[in-house]
Design a protein around this ligand. Sequence first.
Ligand SMILES: *Cc1c(COP(=O)(O)O)cnc(C)c1O
Length: 387
Amino acid sequence: MSHNHSFIPFTRPSFNQETIDAVSEVLRSGWVTSGPKVAEFEATLSKYFANRPVRCFANGTATMKIALQVAGIGDGDEVITTPISWVATSNVILSIGAKPVFVDIDPVTRNIDLNQVSAAITSKTRAIMPVYLAGLSVNMDQLYALAKQHHLRVIEDAAQAFGSQWKGKKIGSFGDLVSFSFQANKNLTTVEGGCLVLNNADEAKLAEKLRLQGLTRQGMDGMDVDVLGGKDNLTDVNAAIGLEQLKQLPSYQARRAALAHQYFEAILAELKSARLQDLKLELPVANFTGNNWHMFQVVLPLEQLNTDRAQIMTELKDLGIGTGVHYPAITGFTLYKNQGYKTSDTPIAERIGRSILTLPLFAAMADEDIGRIASGLVGILLKYRKN
Ligand SMILES: *Cc1c(COP(=O)(O)O)cnc(C)c1O
């Protein structure tokens, strides 16, 4: 099968030989769970994030849950967040007994609309949990001004934003609690894993306890448990992968940005040659200084088409092109509907959740893949265009 006709998944991680060797070394060392590699990974991440304390966890979900606990959020508290995210974001809020309050999104950035946050604040609101969809941050100046004005904590769900920047500063290098995921689809992966950037040593100490049964040790044989913790530690096998991925991140990053750039050109050229310039296909914000290009997502103009997203995905799949949906509005899930949430309360999120489509984007993609995807997509749009 020629490269041109091989299946392009929507994402795929890259692991070089050095990474495979680093894993082998850990496996042979006799120490495979949390140990020296996790400590080294945390120290390296701390340097990366302007020397702020960093602790690693088994996954991004555990990282966010512990972030909420470190912030002292719990029973009856309200946390303001976005309905367009991986469901982990609001599930962790529920899991600690707090209540997610969903604010609609900005249709251009597809992130929480910060202009609507104030109206959602009540006497129970304790925190804002923004999500940086596809790696694009919110307006960080506005976010922290809001938090300061209303005395709220910020738990940034930066799961998709490793390597993204705001005004030249890395996401995570400033702010309150910043949570990242190293799940296999993310820009930097440890297969599964996550890290939290914290404000001080006390918070880091509490996070350490919460990730391992609430345990502290004293001397040779002393042990105490004074808080209920879980089993959320990262292993040295995962940390060894992360240390190698960090070295490769700049090249991955440059490749993602170059591919994203090609997407804009190829899609616009295809629309023009198909005389479809009036089609309201929504492209991402063309932010090449701040975005890590975790995903390249389009919003389909379903009202102008005689088809639905599932059919478009099926036809792209038949062309050898994998796509994804990130994400339907969380408020439409049964668990949330049963608690009284309605997608119609956030109409922009409802529409975008129904029409957003993730196109393939990962460092190992070939240049010619972009042209093939753009022409495949526009060909389908042309076929189903309403007259
Ligand atoms: C991946 C992701 C998470 C959860 O991370 P896991 O490592 O899969 O637990 C949370 N929020 C967002 C926005 C994500 O993309």
